[in-house]
Design a protein around this ligand. Structure first.
Ligand SMILES: [Zn+2]
Length: 471
């Protein structure tokens, strides 16, 4: 006997599938309309934010800590960054629109087919052709972005004194990033397509399992093999800081396995700290820039905040949220997977949507274009949640008695990172994963104490692995 909920759901999906595959729906027009709409919305938000950088003085909570000169510098840095974002936003949208208008998706698919026959392979090598297609697509969309990346590092960041990178390092970073795409991205994509091909109509749970496996393996692979390509991590030397961090970890029952310093100063003078790892073996990484600019107690207070994220299992909760989002995305994709109207709207032969072996990759990429505007909504919701988590982690540090040190550390970080203390509310809701500094300081000041912490031997995340979490 089949489960009535499952059969009802299958019925709904089947009906939606029929509705969505209608030759009179022009998906290309829809995508262009919605992506320009989203771009207009994002440009509007950035425009709302710009006047914040013309305000003459910092908010009252920060007045005592921000010298006039620093405040002016922060305003000017933020203004430049926002103008850059505005220009980049319009450029990216124009590029995406141009690619759709000239029929690049279908054109490059034919090109990948010619490459394939050049390699002496027939058209039934669908996955190989898909990998070739994704490679040329990635290069076509990525290369026009390189001058922007160059400008960001060597003109914008340089002007405000943050850039520590060199042209050689920048070139090496770019090459390594593309090499990682080839070494990790392409095999994962091949696996992704293979799972769908193999599982057929019921691919969703299998694909979820596959992707979760990849995410968890990256937790192990990233710090050991990928991060060392870009940065050097060294054990934090013995001394007062190391002793105090170990004491804190001990007090909280945090399974600290390794404590590292990362050479963040190699590229930039922005600073931070984070932790990652499996539930029984955690690594803490502190930026050398944070250590340089703060007192020992301030660094420990920052880690008190970080360990608040661990105590409340925030990374695990975020992982669950992303899994739910993925489940929803893949379920909607299952509605579009054989959609002939979608293929033909973008200049592909509609029979590709139903042939065997089917080039699923085309459907997935086109589906992503259709789904893209929903990202805005996801961003609003996700940021509301992460901001709530930041307040909670701050409260945790306050409960550990680190209010004064955390406040002064956050102010120092704010000053060295030249963040602007003013923000438009809509801009903040959309872009900020963290509350802005005056909000955090006010909340810490207003906090009256909550439930006592259950410390020592606490294991807030007994079963799941956790994602990297920035301050
Ligand atoms: Zn945080």
């Amino acid at each position: 006997m089949t489960n009535p909920i499952v059969s009802a759901l299958t019925g709904v999906i089947a009906r939606l599938t029929d509705l969505a595959d209608n030759p009179s729906i022009n998906y290309q027009t829809l995508v262009i309309f919605f992506t320009w709409g989203q771009t207009a919305f994002e440009a509007y938000i950035l425009r709302r934010q710009l006047p914040c950088y013309d305000r003459p003085a910092p908010p009252p909570a920060l007045k005592a800590h921000l010298p006039k000169e620093t405040f002016t510098k922060a305003q000017s840095y933020s203004r430049d960054k926002t103008r850059y974002s505005l220009a980049k936003l319009v450029f990216d949208q124009a590029l995406g629109w141009g690619l759709i208008k000239v029929g690049a998706y279908a054109g490059l698919w034919d090109f990948a087919g010619r490459l394939l026959s050049g390699l002496g392979l027939g058209n039934n090598w669908v996955i190989t052709r898909s990998l070739l297609w994704m490679t040329v697509l990635t290069l076509t969309t990525g290369i026009p972005g390189l001058p922007w990346s160059y400008y960001h590092t060597f003109i914008l960041e340089q002007k405000h004194g943050f850039n520590k990178s060199t042209f050689g390092l920048w070139i090496a970073d770019t090459i390594k990033t593309y090499a990682l795409f080839a070494v990790i991205g392409l095999p994962v994509l091949a696996g992704f397509l293979k799972v769908i091909e193999w599982a057929g109509k019921s691919f969703v749970p299998w694909l979820m399992l596959f992707l979760l496996g990849i995410q968890l393996s990256l937790q192990i692979v990233y710090p050991t093999f990928i991060q060392p390509l870009f940065n050097k991590l060294e054990p934090l030397p013995e001394g007062e800081l190391r002793t105090k961090v170990e004491e804190l970890a001990n007090q909280l029952g945090f399974p600290l396995k390794h404590l590292y310093v990362i050479d963040g100063s190699k590229r930039s003078s922005h600073s931070n700290a984070y932790f990652y790892g499996l539930p029984w073996s955690k690594h803490i990484v502190i930026y050398d820039t944070l250590i340089k600019d703060s007192t020992v107690d301030e660094v420990v207070a920052v880690l008190g905040h970080e360990l608040g994220h661990w105590y409340f299992a925030h990374p695990t909760k975020l992982l669950l949220v992303t899994q739910l989002h993925l489940l929803l995305t893949l379920t909607i994709f299952s509605i579009f997977i054989n959609n002939k109207a979608l293929y033909s709207s973008f200049g592909f032969d509609p029979s590709l949507a139903v042939t065997s072996p089917q080039p699923i990759c085309i459907g997935f990429v086109l589906f992503q274009l259709v789904l893209e505007p929903t990202d805005a909504l996801v961003k609003f919701l996700l940021h509301a949640e992460t901001r709530r988590m930041e307040y909670q982690a701050d409260e945790f540090a306050v409960q550990l008695g680190k209010k004064k040190d955390l406040a002064s550390a956050l102010i120092k970080l704010h000053v060295t990172n030249l963040s602007s203390p003013h923000s438009d509310w809509l801009y903040s809701m959309y872009h900020h994963s963290h509350p802005i500094l005056p909000e955090r300081l006010n909340a810490m000041e207003a906090y009256k104490g909550g439930k006592p912490l259950a410390l020592k031997g606490v294991n807030a995340s007994a079963s799941e692995s956790e994602m990297k979490k920035d301050l």
